[in-house]
Write a protein that binds this ligand. Structure first.
Ligand SMILES: Nc1ncnc2c1ncn2[C@@H]1O[C@H](COP(=O)(O)OP(=O)(O)OP(=O)(O)O)[C@@H](O)[C@H]1O
Length: 610
């Protein structure tokens, strides 16, 4: 499928800068997160200190800035200091947990708020893009951009702001405290830590690759299952169930292998991680012990260093892994910014006036030298000119691919012609507010479109303020009231709920009722070709006649019975109107339309109610 997006050219930082407004919206919470991160870093630095004081002062003989004198009283020996160290350790642990919880809570709420604000803006943007864009872009791809790639804004805040602030503060705090205790050991851990992190990262790479492999297999399995489930009639008629089950099992086997490989890679990573930590810790222990023996370092300070080795390794690893994820985040940012930057083919001019209609019934429609092309080399419409008078019903007839749907789609501005213009009551469509134009147009599609809502809601779709009586009146006029009333929940029956399904003819009558309820002066009707029984067809035709009254209707007609109801017929071939007139005129002319009709005789007459 052709991609509807231009290739993004910006650098990584420029892309991230464009997502900053979403972070700015959360500035209050983010500031609090940064403040709490500083507290968390301070707690990490303080955590091993009670142990040092316990070892050096309470158990040993060092007098640390008068601590010994203050806490070790001659009466109770060292007990008071031991208790104080125990309480301090417990307090630090509780505080660390509480601050960690507060941080998780704050980040969960503001991170997700940013994510959903961004995803809903993206969804809104996608809904406004022209149908041309949607023809070119698969809905699955757009869905993955909304639900998957919009996480870029969350990950960006996390990896470029929240994590680095916390880890850099920890590194500074740990580094400064360590230098005060022993510059030599500090130098050693600062040289060792990046090496330890590098070795861990080096062996961590296969995990990412294997995790990706596992996700791809999972996605293939889900997509295969989804395709199978949505094509059940085909699966059953062609007896594909066994073949499909074999394919699912094969995918399942691949998934098992991928999961095993991931576990092996994870175990290997943990092993390297622990080896790296053990090497670093034993080197610090060795050099530190020499210093203790030489009287240059206390035992408690050595214990602090041992704790700091782990804290530093953790902080650096987290910083580097965030850095490693930047490319992935950038790839997602690209995909969401592509949607943000996608050119809107049907721009809505700011401050455009609303469409003003000048007839009591319907509106004059003019197609003036309109050309349109989906793909450059295959024009779908060639300089089509056509006038439709207010209140007239015009049937568009022609072979498949002639351009009937394309011509009709220009009216609600699903897309704009590349040349020529469309006017309603003399006003060029791009000159009026898009919403006001679409408010005057109803569509009944060949494939009736119903949402999993109640029948009443489906009818009132284009006019949410319709009263119960108006909904019922529309259903009655569409010959739908009787079958709706016969349903267990009547108008409150929800489509698709508890197996509630409707026949093609019933669905069609609901979509006619919807158009009647919207009650617009302009109607586009794509006539259903599906074979319905003569009684249902007669009911649809009768409902359709009521629908056409007092409106300007463009009807893509496939049946003789419909063509005969139209005031005029435009016969299209290869994107051109080749004949135009009343049905009788075109019959008498004995030209393309008459020939087409006689060739299509069976289809045109087959469903006719006459
Ligand atoms: N989404 C699209 N992308 C590319 N080309 C398209 C697209 N839709 C239609 N076309 C092409 O434009 C031309 C006109 O198509 P259109 O659907 O308007 O014809 P139609 O007369 O309504 O046909 P049908 O009766 O089969 O619905 C055809 O050549 C078709 O292949």
């Amino acid at each position: 499928m052709q991609n509807a997006f231009p290739v993004p050219q910006d650098g990584m930082l420029a892309k991230f800068r464009r997502l900053l407004p979403y972070l700015w919206e959360e500035r209050g919470r983010l500031s609090l997160i940064i403040l709490l991160s500083a507290v968390a870093s301070a707690l990490t630095v303080l955590a091993p200190w009670p142990l040092k004081i316990l070892v050096d002062v309470a158990l040993g003989d060092t007098d640390l800035d008068g601590w010994r004198a203050a806490f070790v009283d001659p009466e109770h020996g060292r007990t008071r200091l031991v208790v104080a160290c125990g309480v301090a350790t417990a307090l630090l642990m509780v505080l660390t947990t509480l601050v960690g919880n507060a941080l998780s809570w704050l980040w969960a709420s503001s991170g997700h708020r940013m994510l959903y604000a961004f995803a809903s803006d993206l969804f809104d943007r996608i809904q406004r893009l022209s149908l041309l864009f949607h023809f070119r872009q698969s809905s699955g791809d757009l869905l993955s951009r909304i639900t998957g790639d919009s996480w870029a804004v969350y990950s960006m805040a996390s990896q470029l702001l929240v994590t680095p602030v916390r880890q850099i503060l920890t590194i500074i705090g740990v580094g400064a405290t360590a230098i005060m205790l022993s510059p030599l050991l500090t130098a050693l851990i600062f040289v060792l830590a990046p090496l330890m992190v590098w070795s861990v990262r080096r062996f961590g790479q296969p995990i990412r690759e294997r995790a990706q492999g596992q996700r791809q297999t999972e996605a293939a399995l889900a997509s295969f299952a989804q395709q199978t489930l949505s094509n059940m009639p085909l699966v059953q008629v062609f007896g594909l169930s066994q073949r499909n089950t074999r394919a699912i099992r094969a995918l399942g086997d691949r998934l098992v292998t991928a999961s095993q490989q991931l576990v092996i890679a994870n175990d290997g990573y943990t092993l390297v991680n622990n080896l790296a930590l053990a090497t670093g810790a034993s080197l610090v222990l060795f050099v530190g012990a020499q210093q203790v023996l030489a009287g240059d370092l206390s035992v408690g300070s050595l214990l602090i260093f041992m704790a700091y080795v782990e804290s530093l390794r953790e902080a650096l690893a987290s910083l580097l892994s965030g850095y490693g994820q930047l490319r992935t985040i950038e790839a997602s940012a690209d995909r969401v910014l592509e949607v943000v930057d996608a050119r809107n083919d049907v721009p809505d001019r700011p401050n455009a006036p609303p469409l003003r209609l000048s007839h009591p019934q319907g509106a004059d429609i003019t197609f003036d030298g309109v050309s349109f092309t989906y793909e450059p080399e295959r024009p779908a419409l060639h300089e089509v000119s056509l006038e439709i008078a207010a209140g007239e019903t015009l049937a568009l007839v022609g072979p498949t691919g002639a351009g009937k749907s394309t011509l009709a789609a220009l009216l609600p501005r699903f897309f704009d012609p590349q040349s020529g213009e469309v006017r309603i009551d003399g006003q060029r469509l791009p000159d009026v507010a898009l919403a006001s134009l679409r408010a005057q147009v109803s569509i009944v599609l060949q494939e009736p479109f119903l949402l999993p809502l109640s029948i009443a809601e489906n009818i009132a779709f284009g006019r949410p303020d319709a009263t119960e009586n108006e909904i019922r009146a529309a259903a009655q006029a569409a010959n739908a009231d009787a079958f709706i009333e016969a349903l267990p929940d009547g108008y409150d029956s929800v489509i698709g709920e508890r197996g509630m399904t409707l026949s093609g003819g019933q669905r069609q009558r609901i979509s006619i009722a919807r158009a009647l309820a919207k009650d617009t002066p302009i109607l586009i009707f794509d006539e259903p070709t599906s074979a319905v029984d003569p009684e249902t067809e007669a009911q649809i035709l009768e409902a359709m006649s009521r629908l056409l009254e007092g409106r300007t209707t463009v009807i893509i007609a496939h049946r003789l019975s419909t063509i005969e109801r139209a005031d005029r017929v435009a016969f299209l071939e290869d994107g051109r109107i080749v004949e135009l007139g009343t049905h009788e005129q075109l019959q008498r002319l004995g030209g393309r339309m008459a020939r087409f009709q006689s060739l299509q005789g069976m289809a045109l007459h087959g469903g006719d109610d006459g």
